[in-house]
Design a protein around this ligand. Sequence first.
Ligand SMILES: Cc1cc2nc3c(=O)[nH]c(=O)nc-3n(C[C@H](O)[C@H](O)[C@H](O)COP(=O)(O)O)c2cc1C
Length: 370
Amino acid sequence: MGAAAQIHSTEDARQLAKRRLPWMVFDYIDGAAGTETGAARNRAALDAIPLRPRILRDVSERSLATSLFGATAERPFGIAPMGMCNLSRAGADLMLARLAAREKVPHGVSTVSSTPLEEIIETAQGHAWFQLYFSGDGAGTFKLVERAKAAGYKTLVLTVDVPEVGRRPRELRHGFKMPFKIGPRQFIDFALHPSWSLSTLIEGKPQMANFDMPGFDFDRTESRARATWETLARLREAWPGNLVVKGVLDVDDAVALKAAGVDGIQVSSHGARQLESAPAPITVLPQIRAALGTSFPLFYDSGLRSGEDVLKAISQGADFTFFGRALQFAIAAAGESGLHQLWDVLSDELSIAMAQTGVCQIRGNNNQIC
Ligand SMILES: Cc1cc2nc3c(=O)[nH]c(=O)nc-3n(C[C@H](O)[C@H](O)[C@H](O)COP(=O)(O)O)c2cc1C
């Protein structure tokens, strides 16, 4: 049996990924900030939300499609921006891009993607959102904005929850750095995971692919601390398309962002990779929804592992959701067929949960009952 056929849940994909990936890479993807209590709290909060079964409604016709910035997306979930995806497997960025094109869902393209942003949006047939980190004094950042615009991106996602990169001990213990160096410790790790090493390193070490422009060297650990509300105002002026701010966990911040003219807000704790003691984002989602009103585009990521989780996030006020680690586990486990298999699992889980709770159609936070 191929590895993809062994994926019946995100946890199956995670276990397969753990076997195949070098420890350094698995811990980079799987790890969280500090002693990882934030990740556990987030999971516990999601687990504690029940979905109420409803009965005897004709739920035979169900659609998983929804609308996002005026266009149809085939699923109410998309691909969260993740740096260096090609570490999970050579070609991972473009596997995600092809999936985005097929499903008409956004592919979040990280500032530190391992494939050039132009190539990704072309492969995604336009279904790509560019994720921006403000960095250093901002000069390089604004050049990157112009480049994203020239490449045809219509949605920009400003990630604001990384003023400094969080400490993730699992990464630090392996000496994980980007671009990474292969010292004796990494050499042993890679030698013990030959299937990954042969297929990934033969393609050339994955690189941060967006920094070949003159005068813009990106240091992943460089301080992003100088961004302010004034930076946001400059960005609003520079970006005519949709502007989404990602990494919001405070009601007052959300209200101020709406007043500042952003087009959408993504409630997220960066998958608990930043501030260990941040609240479980799913618990602040209903408060932020209440403060913003029902029609403001509100998105959610962090800790989602199943289709039922997606329905929970929607029931708490999200219009649209994003998966992060789960998709990388699937790719690491079984490549593009693993990704498609997990995508089908998540879709199936959502569809079944909709039937069981009497939901025929996803209409953002105004979840429609049959
Ligand atoms: C390996 C990895 C790299 C990430 N890189 C970025 C990034 O470059 N930019 C960003 O905004 N978020 C990044 N994130 C955070 C994701 O966009 C998302 O918030 C998070 O993964 C959601 O949680 P989940 O993994 O539990 O689904 C990264 C997450 C992971 C796991």
